[in-house]
Design a protein around this ligand. Structure first.
Ligand code: PGA
Length: 260
């Protein structure tokens, strides 16, 4: 069975001081946590040094929000996989819709980053999802299918089995409009089917697929109860210990009920 994974994508929020106080509070609240789900924090680059020191000895894991496809060299403003690994990062979010939209990241570039992340030993959290216009035009399956094929291009089954995919409908990100559990699960099924066609069902069944887009403490349980939803990539609600804990709790309860 796939273990649920809950990741907080802080985006461009929290300086080092805010990072330190958030993690202190979250650790306190996680005292009775039994590792029923995986929890990853993805702060901005500038907070990674503080975060890595603070999560020591806790169940929290660390991720970055982006990285370069290059090893090193003259790429002003970029951060390499090796630099992130040295900081204790184990995860990296790649191809977030904000990177696709504002920084023009293509499936081809994201694919190069995925390969670099895997070669460095990271678990990439690779984002896909359609815009509202695409959904309205009935293009959801085509768009998401093309993105999945693009980002997984030329990977081996073994590599794909190590990847996390986040299905994030762009219209649900930061809008307060969440996909219904049925809509979300349909997206996840499509992603799994696409992976099965490219590789095998055995591989597709291994891939952890998170849902992202306005997840909060109130809707997380319904989303996480869907058979193909293996946790969430959380933006806004990951910025406060209260709301993030609500989502973690929903994941823990869901894992307990599916083990019964
Ligand atoms: P949101 O963001 O939870 O604020 O909608 C999710 C994301 O962008 O990963």
């Amino acid at each position: 069975m796939r273990k649920k994974l809950i990741a907080g994508n802080w985006k461009m929020n929290k300086d080092i001081h805010e990072t330190a106080s958030f993690i202190t509070e979250l650790k306190e609240r996680l005292k009775d946590f039994g590792n029923e789900v995986g929890i990853v924090l993805c702060p901005p680059f500038t907070s990674l040094v503080v975060a890595t020191a603070q999560i020591k000895g806790s169940p929290l894991r660390l991720g970055a929000q982006n990285m370069s496809e290059h090893d090193d060299g003259a790429y002003t403003g970029e951060v390499s996989a090796k630099m992130l690994a040295a900081l204790g990062c184990e995860y990296v979010i790649l191809g977030h819709s904000e990177r696709r939209q504002y920084f023009k990241e293509s499936d081809q570039l994201i694919n190069a980053k995925v390969k670099k992340a895997l070669a460095t030993g990271f678990t990439p959290i690779v984002c896909v999802g359609e815009t509202l216009e695409e959904r309205k035009a009935g293009l959801t399956d085509q768009i998401v299918g093309t993105q999945v094929k693009g980002v997984l291009h030329e990977l081996s089954s073994a590599e794909v089995g190590k990847i996390v995919i986040a299905y994030e409908p762009v219209w649900a990100i930061g809008t307060g409009v969440t996909a219904t559990p049925d809509q979300a699960n349909a997206g996840h099924k499509l992603i799994r089917k696409t992976i099965a066609k490219m590789f095998s069902w055995a591989t597709a069944e291994m891939v952890v697929i998170q849902y992202g887009g306005s997840v909060n403490g109130a809707n997380a349980a319904d989303l996480f109860s869907q058979p193909d939803i293996d946790g969430g990539l959380i933006g806004g609600a990951s910025l406060k210990a209260d709301s993030f804990m609500g989502i973690i709790q929903a994941g823990v309860e869901q894992s307990a009920s599916s083990n019964r």
